[in-house]
Design a binder for this molecule. Structure first.
Ligand code: ADP
Length: 182
């Protein structure tokens, strides 16, 4: 049985993690593709679950060997989607979720035209602001930056195959379920 790739993007705070976690609780076939990174683990992060934490030589070697579907540098740290893990999940018939930024997503769509792509939209800009504030984990400066980035990311929404307004969480998850069942 073949699985599906689902590329999921949306501005920070729109609810990507919440949607993925809720969907996974309901459908055991849904799995996140764990990204590789060279950045140090933060408190509470587990290797192999949050990220595969690797050193720079390992990351560069994998990139050169073509082990990544896409990779990029952010603030001097490498982030990448591993091809082998992705293909293993597809062979197992899983729904492989790639939670990636717009740039990585557009690249992934080109390389894997079979992938479903979904951009999560907030019900309103004010609601996005509320959700970012509600998480309470960010400084005022980080919140301002996230909101500024959100404007740019939202402009890419039309390039995704589907757009879902993440208003009611259960409805969002149902829409995703319907998309992968089509
Ligand atoms: P992201 O992963 O996109 O950065 P999170 O999943 O961390 O976003 O969600 C940001 C905040 O918005 C969290 O406090 C979460 O509980 C809340 N949230 C997510 N989805 C919804 C929803 N459909 N309705 C209301 N609040 C939501």
């Amino acid at each position: 049985m073949d699985g599906r790739i689902l590329i999921l993007s949306g501005p920070s705070g729109v609810g990507k993690d919440t949607v993925i976690d809720t969907w996974r609780a309901r459908n055991p076939r849904v799995k996140r593709v764990v990204a590789y990174t060279t950045r140090a683990p933060r408190t509470g992060e587990t290797n192999g679950i949050d990220y595969h934490f690797v050193d720079r030589p390992t990351f560069d070697r994998m990139a050169a060997a073509g082990d990544f579907l896409e990779f990029k540098e952010v603030h001097g740290n490498g982030y990448a989607t591993p091809l082998r893990d992705l293909d293993a999940m597809l062979h197992q018939g899983l729904i492989a979720i790639l939670k990636i930024d717009v740039q990585g997503a557009l690249h992934a769509m080109n390389v894997r035209p079979d992938a479903l792509s979904v951009f999560l939209l907030p019900p309103s800009y004010e609601e996005l602001e509320r959700r970012i504030h509600g998480r309470a984990s960010d400084s005022a400066a980080a919140i301002a930056l996230r909101l500024q980035n959100a404007q740019e990311e939202l402009a890419a929404a039309p390039q995704y195959r589907h757009r879902i307004v993440n208003d009611d969480l259960a409805a969002t998850v149902q829409t995703l379920e319907d998309l992968v069942s089509e």
